[in-house]
Design a protein around this ligand. Structure first.
Ligand SMILES: O=P(O)(O)OC[C@H]1O[C@H](O)[C@H](O)[C@@H](O)[C@@H]1O
Length: 288
C-alpha cells in the first residue's frame, strides 16, 4: 500500500486555510500549516476521531479551536519565574498561530509521513533561534511527534480534542459524554477548577461537570472507552496528562465554541511540564 500527500486550501468551514492532506489506504488526516494543527483523522471514511469547533477561526492570530493544537514552549499561562513579561505573553505558547513550513514528506510502503517546522528567532527566555518540528505519520494509526533538539527550558503539550461521536452508539448529548471512561490517568492530580491537589482511588475518570486536571506521571497508554469503540492513546516523553472539558457555562462563554460544544469532545493531552533545560521529544499515537 502506498500513501499520498497533497496540498489543499481550506478545511471544513476554514475555507482559506493552507493545509496538507495525508492518505494511506482508507485512512486520511488533514494538518493545517497554521499552527501545525492536525484538524482531522479518519481511520476509515466518515469515522472522524477529532473534534473541530464549527466556530473556530484562524484570522486575527487566533488559535484554531479543536483538532490537536501544539502548546510550546509553555503550557497554560506563561510562568513569571521563567519568562520575562509573562503577563503579556499568550496562553499555551507561541506556535499555535504561526505558519509552519514544510520540512520533509514521504509516501512510503508502510506509512505516509509529513514533517513541518517552525523557527523562532528568539524566545522570551532564549536569545538564539530555535526550531521546532512536528512529524505526522499515518498508517493504521496516527502518530504525532513534536521535537526540539535545543537543550532549552521548554514545556509542551499535544492538546488533543477527541470527538465523542465515534465512541458512542447513542446520539451525542450531555449524558453521552458522562458514560465515557478515561483510563490510564494517575491517582494524583492538580485540580485547576478547585485549585487543590487531589488524590483519586484509581487511574480512571468520568466527566460530568467542568473538568481541568493536570495528572502527574500518567501511564504510557491511556484510553477513552465508549460503548461502541475505544480510543487508545500511546504516549512518550510526557511527565503529565491533562484532562479538560469546559462544560456548559464555559462553552457558552467561549466565542469560538458552540453553546453545546462541551458535549462533543474530551481533551486528553500529552504534556511535558517540567522546566529542566533539555531537548524535547513528545509523542502521541492514536488508534481507534
Ligand atoms: O482556550 P485555550 O487557550 O485553548 O485553552 C483551553 C484549555 O487548555 C488546557 O486544557 C488547560 O488545562 C485549560 O485550563 C484551558 O482552558
Amino acid at each position: 500500500m502506498t500513501g499520498m500527500i497533497t496540498e489543499q486550501t481550506g478545511f471544513a468551514h476554514l475555507s482559506d486555510l493552507p493545509c496538507w492532506q495525508l492518505r494511506f489506504g482508507d485512512a486520511c488526516a488533514v494538518i493545517s500549516s497554521y499552527g501545525a494543527q492536525v484538524l482531522s483523522y479518519q481511520p476509515k471514511p466518515e469515522q472522524e476521531v477529532l473534534w473541530l469547533s464549527p466556530l473556530s477561526s484562524w484570522h486575527q492570530q487566533q488559535a484554531i479551536r479543536g483538532g490537536i493544537p501544539i502548546c510550546w514552549p509553555w503550557f497554560g499561562p506563561a510562568d513569571a519565574n521563567i519568562l520575562p513579561d509573562a503577563a503579556t505573553q499568550p496562553g499555551h505558547g507561541l506556535v499555535r498561530n504561526r505558519l509552519w513550513q514544510l520540512h520533509h514528506k514521504a509516501e512510503l510502503e508502510s506509512a505516509t509521513q509529513l514533517t513541518l517546522k517552525v523557527t523562532l528567532d528568539t524566545l522570551p527566555h532564549i536569545a538564539s533561534p530555535v526550531t521546532l518540528y512536528l512529524q505526522l505519520t499515518l498508517s493504521n494509526t496516527l502518530t504525532i511527534e513534536l521535537r526540539c533538539d535545543a537543550p532549552i527550558a521548554q514545556q509542551a503539550a499535544l492538546h488533543s480534542y477527541f470527538a465523542i461521536a465515534p465512541l458512542m452508539a447513542s446520539t451525542v448529548g450531555s449524558e453521552t459524554i458522562q458514560q465515557i471512561q478515561i483510563q490510564g490517568l494517575s491517582q494524583s492530580y492538580m485540580d485547576k477548577v478547585s485549585g487543590q491537589p487531589t488524590q483519586q482511588a484509581n487511574d480512571h475518570a468520568h466527566i460530568d461537570s467542568e473538568t481541568d486536571r493536570v495528572y502527574r506521571q500518567p501511564a504510557a497508554e491511556m484510553k477513552l472507552i465508549g460503548d461502541k469503540h475505544s480510543l487508545t492513546l500511546n504516549q512518550a516523553g510526557q511527565d503529565h496528562a491533562v484532562l479538560w472539558n469546559p462544560w456548559q457555562q464555559k462553552s457558552q462563554a467561549m466565542p469560538d465554541m458552540p453553546d453545546d460544544g462541551y458535549q462533543h469532545f474530551i481533551c486528553l493531552e500529552t504534556a511535558r511540564l517540567h522546566w529542566q533545560p533539555m531537548p524535547l521529544l513528545l509523542k502521541q499515537q492514536i488508534r481507534l
